[in-house]
Design a protein around this ligand. Structure first.
Ligand SMILES: Nc1ncnc2c1ncn2[C@@H]1O[C@H](COP(=O)(O)OP(=O)(O)O)[C@@H](O)[C@H]1O
Ligand SMILES: [Mg+2]
Length: 270
């Protein structure tokens, strides 16, 4: 995986159900996302956006294909490694906020610390700091039920930021917000991107998100039809050339080896 790539997907396939009920949700998706990008993923309802995002986040698994995120190849990563990734370098934001109503805002934000190995220190202070950063310093002890939609989403963003992720995966993050509140959330994402170097992949229906993005990826019926931006394709090209021309086999094999041997650098844009 090239050092500046945060996400590298190749030929991802995913289907649900069996027999007549079988749905081919993703039909060979390839995508590269470089560090520092804000990628908006658009497409009609049912086109496979959430499925793809969940696969990238390790919440779901692909039937076929390569998933590499922040230098972790999911095919060879252990369950423990994936869990650490989900609770650390990769943050999630969902349309429905997914806050726990019986916890305070602070309780929700520091929840990821409960799953961290060891005894993390300064948890409460850090929780307060991220809530302050999203403008909710006065709401630390409130429960989500007392907040507006926009405030809830900011708590969810604070929760995602708690572990200083280098990649944020957002599934229709403004879907339940009014226009102005949605705009503020998008502005905050831009700020996170600029100031903290966070890479964002945002699934959205909304035009205003696309305008804040550095790139728009369009998905239709489980296939990316625009914006996949494959920039790390030497090994794949070698594969294709192999099929096309067996005579050059030795050369292509050399290229593939070179591609494999490129230095692997641990991601850390924090
Ligand atoms: N867990 C599941 N079981 C069965 N079908 C599913 C499941 N998740 C998604 N699907 C189906 O996969 C297709 C794509 O869903 P999804 O990825 O949620 O699309 P989008 O987020 O673009 O609206 C839909 O037809 C949906 O019904
Ligand atoms: Mg969806």
């Amino acid at each position: 995986m090239a050092a500046d790539l945060v996400i590298r997907l190749r030929n991802i396939r995913k289907s649900y159900g069996t027999g007549n009920a079988r749905t081919e949700v993703l039909q060979g998706v390839s995508l590269d996302v470089a560090r520092g990008e804000i990628v908006a993923m658009v497409g009609q309802s049912g086109s496979g956006k959430s499925t793809l995002l969940n696969i990238i986040g390790g919440l779901d698994t692909a039937d076929e294909g390569t998933v590499e995120v922040l230098d972790h190849d999911y095919a060879s990563a252990s369950e423990r490694e994936l869990a650490a990734l989900r609770n650390g370098d990769v943050g999630f934001i969902f349309q429905s906020f997914n806050l726990l109503d019986h916890l305070t805002c602070l309780g929700n934000v520091v929840l990821p610390a409960a799953f961290a190995p060891g005894q993390p220190t300064g948890v409460e202070e850090r929780g307060r700091a991220v809530l302050d950063r999203v403008g909710l310093a006065e709401f630390v002890d409130r429960r989500p039920g007392e907040l507006s939609g926009g405030q809830k989403q900011r708590v969810a963003i604070a929760r995602a930021m708690f572990h200083e992720p280098s990649l944020l995966l957002c599934d229709e993050p403004t879907g339940n917000l009014d226009t102005e509140t949605g705009r503020q959330v998008i502005e905050f994402f831009s700020e996170l991107n600029e100031n903290d170097g966070v890479t964002l992949l945002i699934v959205t229906h909304e035009e205003r998100v696309s305008t804040a993005a550095t790139r728009v990826v369009r998905i239709e019926d489980g296939v990316i039809i625009e914006g996949s931006a494959l920039i790390d394709d030497e090994a794949d090209e070698a594969d294709e050339a192999d099929e096309a021309d067996e005579a050059d086999e030795a050369d292509e094999a050399d290229e593939a080896v070179e591609a494999d041997e490129r230095p692997k650098k641990k991601a850390s844009a924090k």
